[in-house]
Design a protein. Structure first.
Length: 88
């Protein structure tokens, strides 16, 4: 499963939405990340433990965020767009 997850993330971040300088591709990739993140937050909030385990495992979400953070200005963008959802 780990290898297939790695392949999936690679295809999404570096091939399907690989042109980090194309605003349309960046917007679509960020929209995908937002949808996945929103669903993960909703799922974590519904657990008894709250959101303590949101980024604790190697889920597709954490792999996608890591891959995105490692490209271009990805880390700066993620810090900016995740600040509000994670603190509210």
């Amino acid at each position: 499963q780990s290898k297939s997850a790695h392949t999936f993330v690679k295809i999404i971040v570096f091939e399907l939405f690989g042109d980090q300088y194309d605003p349309w591709e960046e917007k679509k990739l960020l929209m995908l990340l937002k949808i996945i993140l929103t669903n993960e937050i909703r799922r974590e909030k519904s657990k008894d433990k709250g959101m303590n385990s949101l980024f604790r495992s190697q889920t597709i979400l954490t792999r996608l965020l890591t891959a995105y953070a490692n490209r271009g200005q990805g880390l700066v963008v993620l810090k900016e767009i995740l600040r509000d959802p994670l603190t509210s």
